[in-house]
Design a protein around this ligand. Structure first.
Ligand code: ADP
Ligand code: MG
Length: 412
């Protein structure tokens, strides 16, 4: 029994290890297909080399990959697995084929139903629920088997004990491994993002400071020159053009400066209402030009220390992106909603614009990533950097063609 058990465990490790070594850095939808394929291989191997008990019974662990894929991937991903499983099972033939078909159909229908809730759980809860799911599934299977058998002898109870403990044990080990991999990937991404922000903000702070002084001096002298009585009209126009361009340069520099460390003179302790009102009013004209309706609701009494200028800039960037995403669709609604939940300030900024694919979402916040002709690709970087500084998190939900929701959680 022990040899076959180890062999089955090895089969189950196959997708986990292969994923970790070869596919982890690839895009997400590609990943899912590979994982489903690897799980199908694992299931077939499990059926081909079942675990043999000393008492003469056999059972296998095919439902472990099946349940994991069903819980993480939902109907879309488990269906191909279900088809492959049953084709292979019919090909193998023998007794119990019909039962296997009925049982796999039941699991296929019930388990993926919980997928949406499951993926939102915390790591530890996912391990628990997946283990419970395998316990219940196999328990149910043995329960139906007991009816088919009639008399429940000692052998049957031995099978039950073995099958249940093996499933629960193996499932929890595999789930712990999977969750560990997920956490590692997330941590690495988080470190990379904050590293990026550090580089940009340090560079931005030093360069902008250095450039700001010469800009101020130059524009001061140009203003003096502009007041001179000896220059001609044409020369005056040149000077004015230069002043305008200098102003633009100053604006860009101050945008970059907003990446820098929070300035103590801007720090406030407040509930963000003033900032939200102010920024909403600033973008109203921009919204109405593009036929965007703005819905605003404010319901927060929690206070927080933050840099006023940076928070304003951050909201403006988010609003602008929302409006720009709806501009291409000829209008829409921008919902700005701020509320509180369990000592967290929750900010929701929702648009009905063009939306993003998953790949596009994963690119958000990388320096210079922009899909717009005149975009700078710095807006979202600034947003992430600011929210990072107040220890908040940003969740993005988006559907191509439907719209995007940014959900910001700021702890107080
Ligand atoms: P920019 O606005 O200058 O392009 P950002 O950093 O603000 O730079 O945004 C980067 C990219 O992210 C945008 O070019 C756009 O493709 C995408 N994006 C950001 N917000 C949204 C949104 N609300 N809806 C759709 N796409 C968005
Ligand atoms: Mg932008």
């Amino acid at each position: 029994m022990f040899e076959t058990l180890l062999l089955n465990f090895l089969f189950l490790l196959l997708p986990v290890v292969a994923f970790l070594i070869f596919f982890e850095h690839k895009t997400q939808s590609y990943n899912q297909k590979i994982l489903v394929l690897l799980s199908a291989v694992t299931m077939s191997l499990c059926i081909a080399r079942p675990i043999k008990l000393e008492i003469g019974f056999i059972f296998d662990l095919r439902y472990i990959p099946f349940i994991i894929v069903a819980l993480f991937g939902g109907y879309k991903n488990v269906f191909p697995l279900y088809v492959i499983l049953n084709i292979y099972r019919f090909y193998v033939g023998g007794g119990g084929t019909v039962q296997s078909f009925l049982f796999s159909t039941t699991v296929m229908i019930i388990v993926p139903f919980f997928s949406k809730k499951f993926v939102k759980l915390h790591s530890r809860d996912r391990i628990l629920w997946a283990t419970l799911a395998s316990f219940l599934t196999i328990g149910f299977y043995l329960f139906t088997l007991s009816f088919a058998k009639g008399a429940l002898d000692k052998q049957f109870w031995m099978l039950t004990l073995n099958a249940l403990t093996t499933h629960v044990g193996v499932m929890s080990i595999i789930m712990i491994l999977i969750e560990k991999i997920i956490t590692n990937i997330q941590n690495r991404d988080r470190i990379m993002q904050s590293e990026r922000l550090n580089v940009v903000s340090e560079l931005a702070a030093s360069v902008s400071h250095e450039i700001r002084n010469p800009l101020t001096v130059t524009s001061g002298f140009l203003q003096l020159l502009n007041k001179s009585k000896t220059i001609t009209q044409v020369e005056k126009e040149y000077v004015e053009l230069s002043l305008q361009e200098l102003q633009r340069a100053e604006k860009i520099v101050s945008d970059y400066l907003s990446f820098a460390k929070p300035q103590s003179e801007n720090m406030v302790y407040s509930n963000m209402s003033a900032e939200l009102e102010y920024t909403k009013n600033i973008i109203m004209p921009y919204a109405s030009i593009h036929k965007v309706e703005v819905q605003f609701s404010f319901n927060n009494s929690l206070n927080k220390h933050y840099d006023r200028n940076q928070i304003q800039q951050c909201f403006i960037n988010l609003y602008k992106n929302g409006i720009e995403a709806m501009k291409e669709k000829g209008g829409g609604t921008l919902v700005i909603d701020i509320s509180e939940r369990k000592q967290n300030i929750m900010i929701r900024i929702q648009d009905t614009g063009i939306g993003m694919t998953r790949e596009e979402i994963s690119r958000l916040g990388k320096p210079y990533y922009s899909t717009k002709a005149e975009g700078t690709g710095l807006g979202m970087l600034m947003v992430y950097s600011t929210i990072n500084k107040v220890r908040g998190t940003i969740e993005v939900e988006s559907e191509k063609g439907k719209g995007t929701t940014f959900l910001i959680t700021i702890p107080t």
